[in-house]
Design a protein around this ligand. Structure first.
Ligand code: ZN
Length: 334
């Protein structure tokens, strides 16, 4: 696979420069930050960078103090800025107040006029969603991170005109994995075990660069000790389906041109990926339910004599990669 082309995760455009800490898109000019866990990138080179960084640093150690510091600033300001609201939102998450955090991020988003640095804000939110999820789990408080992310992505999409579901899920996943690998979840590995499959399912449906999706499937298969010989006994049926899907993507994309890869990315967006979401849901359920597997026939192989999970996965992969049954590149006609 000669997959060298790097696409802007926001528009699929060409990345033309690699500045200190971020890639710049030649088309939409959005910056994509290399660190997916830096909660302070949104402050970079701003006159108040140092002052606000101190507050952000305080969030985990002393969230109440961080909150009161930024709250005072907002109360005493005639016109609170976007970064004030955004920072207060981050502080609220450390106190388990996800509703207030959401409100503040919404206010910040309303004040945003330049969207070139929006990735820095998304990274910071995703990192806090991970902390929030762990906190709620540890305290046995009901919290649905996927629903929370969905509300946030709708607002970002409406305001900044970007398809960002995939970016949110992938960045949240990356932060969970970093935390897991750093040993910070050693005492509650079940948090990781319960959240990652949910994130993965959404990454499969909303990830627009299939190469990233392949990498993530590989990571999850490894982290969850998927074994192709024992997946039935291990009760890893869904992971087995993911493994089949990964193999399909690799096989079908063997001779893809850079242009085809880019067209796949550009074809899909948060609105039409709802279709993928639906079919991915069916695929996941079909591993335990033959009647759903038969329903998946209508996706691409209604005339096949026999039909099994491999066929269903192949049909799904073709739909996502914009290939016809005989391997024709459909992306050119879209
Ligand atoms: Zn772009």
């Amino acid at each position: 696979m000669a997959f060298a082309i790097r696409l802007c995760p926001y528009c699929g455009g060409e990345i033309n420069s690699d500045e200190s800490g971020y890639y710049v898109c030649a088309e939409c000019e959005k910056r994509t930050f290399r660190s997916r866990s830096n909660t302070k990138a949104y402050l970079l080179n701003k006159p108040y960078e140092e002052e606000f960084s101190k507050i952000v640093n305080m969030i985990d150690e002393n969230p109440s103090k961080a909150l009161s510091t930024i709250d005072d600033m907002i109360v005493n300001s005639e016109e609170p800025t976007m970064d004030m609201y955004f920072t207060r939102g981050l502080a609220y998450t450390a106190l388990g107040e996800e509703g207030r955090a959401h409100n503040d991020w919404k206010k910040a988003l309303d004040l945003m006029t330049d969207f070139r640095f929006i990735d820095a804000y998304i990274v910071a939110i995703c990192k806090r969603v991970v902390e929030l999820t762990c906190m709620k789990e540890r305290e046995y408080i009901e919290f649905h991170p996927i629903d929370y992310i969905n509300v946030l992505t709708s607002e970002f999409r409406a305001k900044a005109n970007i398809s960002c579901k995939g970016i949110f899920y992938i960045t949240t996943y990356r932060n969970f994995r970093m935390k897991y690998q750093a040993g910070e979840l050693d005492d509650d590995e079940e948090i990781y075990r319960s959240i990652v499959p949910k994130l993965l399912k959404n990454i499969l449906a909303y990830g627009r660069d299939f190469r990233t999706v392949i990498n993530i499937i590989e990571e999850v298969l490894e982290d969850f000790h998927y074994n192709p010989d024992t997946y039935v006994e291990d009760d890893n049926l869904k992971l087995h389906m993911c493994s089949l899907l990964k193999e399909e993507y690799i096989t079908l994309s063997e001779n893809f041109s850079d242009e085809h890869i880019e067209r796949i990315f550009r074809h899909w967006n948060d609105a039409n990926m709802y279709d993928l979401d639906f079919w991915m849901d069916e695929l996941m359920k079909s591993v335990r339910d033959d009647t759903i597997l038969q329903k998946l026939r209508s996706l691409g192989s209604p005339n096949r004599e026999s039909f099994d999970l491999n066929n269903a996965v192949e049909d799904y992969a073709r739909m996502y990669l914009l290939l016809s049954e005989d391997g024709k590149d459909l992306s050119q006609d879209l």
